[in-house]
Ligand binder design. Structure first.
Ligand code: VGL
Ligand code: ZN
Length: 199
């Protein structure tokens, strides 16, 4: 049987109710993800991890508001409220997440000039995080993903997993979306078309 890993995406305070970029009912997934963590032999967590003044923050673009877009050298970038700033409480994992079993915590979005939704590549789609190499070297062929947010970090990670030749399953019940003008439906369809198993 193919070696499998669970990738838990961005279960951080800022993406939960009360956080800077709260995903509606984001905290509801925590018990489900804890159950998944117990079930899997190999667990990886991602952590959105931005320096203060990151280029994806609307506050870094005078005259721009959160959820507007700007054109970066690498393409269109949605702007966000300041969130998941390195070392702040908002960047910490949700207190209820039973994450200590994790073999790897992969931080992303730490370069000031480029955002990274995907656990595999930054938003230029070419700068690798190293995750593909880590998984391959350890013989992992199949990844199961869940977390926040369905339409951004979960979807981008699942699409890149397929691009990198891994089998990929997304547990929708253990994920929640931000949903900017239909982005959950659009990204769900993209994942389906790319051969991501949606359950
Ligand atoms: C995310 C927007 C900005 C996510 C991270 O985890 O989906 N979304 N940074
Ligand atoms: Zn972010």
């Amino acid at each position: 049987m193919a070696k499998e890993a669970l990738i838990v995406i961005d279960i951080q305070n800022d993406f939960c109710p009360g956080g800077a970029l709260a995903v509606d009912r984001g905290d509801e997934v925590v018990p489900l993800i804890n159950e998944l963590i117990r079930r899997f032999d190999h667990v990886i967590l991602t952590q959105d991890w931005h320096p203060a003044g990151h280029s994806s923050f609307a506050s870094s673009h005078p005259g721009k508001a959160a959820f507007e877009t700007v054109t970066m050298p690498y393409g269109e970038q949605t702007l966000w409220p300041d969130h998941c700033v390195q070392g702040t409480p908002g960047a910490e994992f949700h207190a209820g997440l039973e994450w200590t079993k994790a073999e790897l915590v992969l931080r992303k979005g730490f370069r000031k000039t480029i955002d990274s939704y995907s656990a595999f590549f930054e938003n230029d789609h070419s700068t690798p995080t190293g995750l593909s190499g880590y998984l391959r070297e350890r013989g992992v062929e199949k990844v199961t993903l869940a977390g926040l947010a369905t339409d951004f970090c979960v979807a981008y990670s699942a699409l890149d997993a397929r691009r990198q030749g891994f089998d990929a399953t997304v547990i929708l019940e253990a994920s929640r979306g931000i949903d900017i003008s239909g982005s959950v439906a659009a990204m769900t369809e993209k994942m389906r078309a790319a051969g991501v198993e949606l359950v």
